[in-house]
Design a protein. Structure first.
Length: 200
């Protein structure tokens, strides 16, 4: 009977498997290193690209903030100019309005009546005066109701007073200024100058 020693053959196969395992392990380590390096490189490139985009956005935001500030300054300047323009227009309007109001009151004032004070606040005028009869006051209220320049007269008070030993009826009324149906400048130019005292 022939005896064969298989120990060297098994040792050779074991050594071969160990070499194969070592090579596979080394190849796997190299492949893992390459994959990790590529992933790290890709992530870094993406991070750098995002950082660059963020930088551009920051620059654009700073630029927009400056433009917004400039626009705000321009709006403030425009608002200031419009406010000044409105003040000038109001002064022009009030200057001609005062003449028209005084002339209209003198036109609508009945005989036997005179005015003591005229106060304007906004579009509301407060008138104080005296008349020889209550009927004169009623006539004034009716006249103001049909005026082109005034509307909504409201008699606040009327009472009897003695002036220079003469009995008179002191009154207080309010009336609103309205926009006339004709052009203000033409009417103002055509309105004659007159006093506020009664004709009688």
């Amino acid at each position: 009977m022939i005896r064969v020693n298989l120990l060297p053959h098994r040792q050779i196969r074991r050594d071969a498997r160990q070499r194969e395992f070592g090579l596979m392990a080394a190849f796997s380590a190299i492949a893992a290193t390459v994959i990790i390096f590529m992933g790290w490189t890709y992530i870094n490139s993406q991070t750098d690209a995002q950082a660059e985009r963020n930088k551009r956005l920051d620059v654009a935001i700073v630029k927009l903030d400056k433009e917004i500030a400039n626009i705000k300054d321009l709006k403030d300047q425009i608002s200031t100019m419009l406010a000044r323009k409105q003040v000038v227009e109001n002064l022009q309007t009030n200057r001609s309005q005062a003449v028209v109001v005084l002339d209209e009151l003198s036109r609508q004032l009945p005989e036997g009546m005179y005015l003591k004070s005229i106060k304007q606040q906004g579009n509301e005028i407060t008138i104080e005066g005296a008349a020889d009869t209550n009927a004169r006051v009623a006539t004034l209220v009716r006249n103001l109701s049909t005026s082109k320049w005034m509307e909504s007269p409201n008699l606040l008070e009327i009472k009897s007073v003695i002036v220079n030993n003469i009995k008179q009826n002191a009154f207080t009324l309010k009336v609103n200024i309205k926009v006339p149906k004709v052009e203000t400048e033409d009417t103002t130019a055509m309105a004659p100058k007159s006093t506020l005292k009664g004709r009688g």
